[in-house]
Design a protein around this ligand. Structure first.
Ligand SMILES: [Zn+2]
Length: 129
């Protein structure tokens, strides 16, 4: 399996995208770093949240579009307001149900694009030496 696909799949399975061993979540609690290799799962930049939102929205949009297509095919002539209500409910439910996996996928994407590094420790003078 190509490295990119393997890394994305590892994140989707809620495992560390770097080593594949550590868990991203315990229940609903997200870990800040990998218990196995120590890599950080969250960078201290605000754009990380935006990556998760964009990935989640993109997947939900494809899912809802497929649902609307299937609904129109199975139940022709269904009231448009009912279609919209069902689609919105399904889309919101999909986003909530898959949030952890999408977060894992976005962590994997961040790992592939920017890398997930442990924080620098010590004072600025100690780091610059
Ligand atoms: Zn790890």
């Amino acid at each position: 399996m190509p490295r990119i696909v393997h890394t994305l799949w590892t994140g989707l399975r809620l495992r560390c995208p770097d080593c594949g061993e550590g868990r991203l979540y315990t229940g609903l609690r997200r870990h800040t770093r990998c218990a196995a290799c120590g890599v950080l799962f969250e960078r201290s930049e605000e754009g990380d949240f935006l990556v998760t939102v964009v990935v989640s929205y993109s997947i939900a949009a494809v899912f809802v579009a497929a649902f609307v297509f299937l609904l129109n095919w199975l139940v022709p002539g269904l009231d448009i307001y009912l279609q919209v209500a069902l689609s919105v409910a399904l889309g919101l439910g999909f986003v909530v149900a898959t949030y952890r996996n999408v977060k894992g996928l976005s962590v994997a994407l961040l790992h592939l694009t920017f890398g997930l590094r442990p924080p620098r420790t010590g004072t600025r003078e100690e780091r610059d030496v």
